[in-house]
Design a protein around this ligand. Structure first.
Ligand SMILES: Nc1ncnc2c1ncn2[C@@H]1O[C@H](COP(=O)(O)OP(=O)(O)OP(=O)(O)O)[C@@H](O)[C@H]1O
Ligand SMILES: [Mg+2]
Length: 515
């Protein structure tokens, strides 16, 4: 041991001596190069190697830095003496961290490594096309050279995995939005986030239990399907289309999905996206284990079917255009849309977003589109691979009503009352949103709630019966669902503008009636 210390002292002595010689002998312009050379020589004799993990890697935020920070936060909270303590805006969780320029020893597979948190002031003259934080932060990992190949890769994988576990467990899941348009924040992110705290779950969701079970199983299969997707050569992603009248629980279903899987939500506001490349950049900045949502896809953008040019008898696909709603509904951009004007995204851009090469630049991602009018969507958008599962959110059925009664009033009703409700529920065509309003209003007086609900259902049922806009009971929701989908999927031929106009009017009239 004594010999070891003696040789170490002599090496350091030689190093200091060489540096002094350099300072005095070499002119200042050569000093930097000679110091670098000396460092290299010293590194050859050192038994350690060092890895710098900077917070910002060129122009992008370094995911590994965030992962290390989170990973170390779990161990420093137990072992550290001097800790930094942070709480992100709108977050309910405190995060421990290594204090600036402090270090900690970690052990992996019996090997000790040292992490140092290095914080320096950023040179104010550094040129950057976007604002950078004042401080330059990074972690330095020190590993013995002979352990490097043994642990480095598996250790980093382990850190990434552990960090995402911690993130999911400790941190609030996040709801991201692109409301800032395409502009980036100081860390290079186009998305803004807030903690996601929607209380909707599959338990609170009122819908047919069989259908609910099917969706839950599909989600579980997806989340556990890494090896399956790999084996079959498919990108690990899945698309769900939720369609049905307003107030039937489409947004609630998305929240329930996110809560069920523990995923973040990216709520993509298409009207804020200016062109295809911006759409691609947004996609690239989404993380794995997330749900990417485009709500009311038929309203936020103007979808024209893939127009077929019937000239010369041949069906040629022309401009596949999706114009943002800042333009008029009927200004579909045909012939004039596209990326050229710099202010519209094209249908092919949207299709590639969901199923192109770029769509798999991350993994384990779910796309959810919602619409009140499935028939207005281009069949290309609905095909399997893009929207793998089409889920019809229907008016309140008896099964769904039972769930609402249980959740809102906390009671199982008598068979006689249930029978009365069953007789009128289908004909009334009320949405779960309408029904829950009645129940919320009277939640302290349960009997009154049921009486009032029965009354309203009867009145609505009679009115619908008189208007004749409800088919026979046995014609039910399934048929409606099938018919809507069939219409949407069969509509390969383009709609005339007059047809679109009729659709739109019909939709508005229907919504008025529902209200
Ligand atoms: N199936 C349902 N189960 C439980 N609650 C529901 C359901 N549908 C609607 N609700 C209630 O109604 C409210 C509105 O529902 P939600 O926003 O999910 O409807 P939506 O289908 O997304 O409507 P829109 O098409 O207008 O966006 C929710 O806050 C929820 O409380
Ligand atoms: Mg909604």
């Amino acid at each position: 041991m004594k010999e070891y210390w003696t040789s170490l002292a002599s090496i350091l002595g030689v190093f200091a001596f060489c540096q002094t010689i350099l300072q005095t002998v070499f002119p200042p312009e050569l000093r930097f190069a000679s110091a670098k050379l000396l460092n290299r020589i010293f590194n050859c004799f050192s038994t350690y190697c060092y890895f710098e993990i900077t917070e910002i890697d060129g122009v992008n935020t370094n995911e590994l830095y965030n992962a290390v920070q989170l990973y170390l936060s779990s161990s420093v909270s137990i072992t550290g003496n001097r800790l930094s303590l942070t709480r992100a805006v709108n977050s309910s969780a405190f995060t421990f961290g290594l204090a600036n320029n402090d270090s900690i020893v970690d052990t992996f597979n019996g090997v000790n490594v040292v992490w140092e948190h290095v914080v320096t002031q950023r040179n104010s003259q550094t040129f950057s096309w976007r604002p950078l934080p004042d401080e330059k932060r990074g972690f330095t990992l020190r590993i013995k050279k002979n352990h490097k190949h043994l642990i480095l890769n598996s250790y980093l994988d382990y850190i990434m995995e552990k960090a995402s576990d911690i993130r999911r467990k400790n941190q609030d899941r996040l709801l991201y939005t692109n409301s800032r348009g395409g502009s980036l924040d100081s860390r290079g992110h186009p998305w803004e986030s807030v903690p996601f705290k929607h209380p909707s779950t599959f338990d609170t969701l009122a819908m047919d239990p069989e259908k609910k079970k099917e969706i839950m199983e599909d989600l579980i299969d997806f989340a556990n399907g890494q090896s399956f997707y790999h084996k079959t050569g498919r990108a690990w992603k899945r698309g769900y289309l939720l369609y049905g009248p307003p107030g039937t629980g489409k947004s609630s279903m998305i929240a329930a999905m996110a809560n069920f899987l523990g995923y973040d939500i990216y709520d993509l506001e298409l009207t804020e996206v200016h062109n295809n490349s911006e759409l691609r950049k947004l996609l690239m900045k989404t993380s794995s284990k997330s749900i990417i949502v485009i709500e009311d896809i038929d309203c936020s953008i103007n979808l024209s079917n893939r127009k077929k040019n019937k000239n010369n008898g041949s069906a040629v696909s022309s401009v596949n255009s999706v114009s943002v709603s800042s333009r008029s509904y009927y200004d579909t951009g045909v012939g004039g849309g596209g990326e050229e004007n710099g202010n519209s995204i094209t249908l092919s851009g949207l299709l590639n977003f969901t199923d192109g090469l770029w769509s798999c630049c991350g993994s384990e991602r779910i796309f959810v589109f919602t619409t009140n009018h499935i028939e207005k969507l281009d069949p290309a958008l609905l095909r399997s691979g893009r929207m793998d599962m089409h889920i019809f959110m229907s008016y309140c059925s008896m099964q769904a009503l039972k769930i609402l009664l249980k959740n809102y009033l906390g009671v199982d009703l008598d068979d006689s009352v249930l029978k009365e409700l069953e007789e009128v529920i289908e004909m009334a065509r009320m949405t779960p949103a309408d029904i829950s309003e009645v129940l919320i209003k009277n939640r302290r007086k349960k009997e009154k709630a049921v009486d009032e609900l029965l009354e309203i259902l009867k009145v609505r049922g009679e009115r619908n019966g008189k208007n004749g806009d409800v088919r026979e009971k046995d014609d039910g929701d399934d048929d409606e669902e099938e018919e809507q989908e069939k219409r949407a999927l069969d509509s390969d031929s383009p709609k005339q503008e007059s047809e679109i106009e009729d659709d739109c009017k019909e939709g508005l009239e229907e919504e008025e009636k529902i209200k």
